[in-house]
Design a protein around this ligand. Sequence first.
Ligand code: FES
Ligand code: FES
Length: 154
Amino acid sequence: MEINLNLNGRAVSASVRPDTLLLDFLRDQGCYSVKRGCETSNCGACTVLLDGRPVLSCSVLAARADGRTVQTLEGLQREAEAFVTYIADQGAEQCGFCNPGFVVNTIALLRENPDPTDQEIRTFLAGNLCRCSGYEGQLRGIRAYLDSRKGGKA
Ligand code: FES
Ligand code: FES
């Protein structure tokens, strides 16, 4: 079947099988930030924005993207740049595999709630698993970014 969508700001038309996963479609389109982790909706590594809302692309059919807007980390660089260095500064990036999904979901959080509490950050990002860290570095990084923004530095 033929699908037409806006992918990271560009119009894309493609032929997909009815059972093609959005994850596979996006990687075929060169969006390698979209990681294949658990493929069972448990790790968050494949998170992308579908019409601005975070979805797990391993559990969405590419056909569902027809007529819609999809953003991957490749198309969210400007929003990501605002805070990723704060996370890196806390040593939260180790192997980096979880990072794209984590960053995309953080963007969704900050769009929805620009000034979240620590508990709200933990709750929103609970579906993004990291095998390397204890999550405290990511939390400290987001907190440092939010604090700097309040101080007018970000
Ligand atoms: S690969 Fe999609 S949630 Fe893990
Ligand atoms: S930094 Fe390795 S899985 Fe998160």
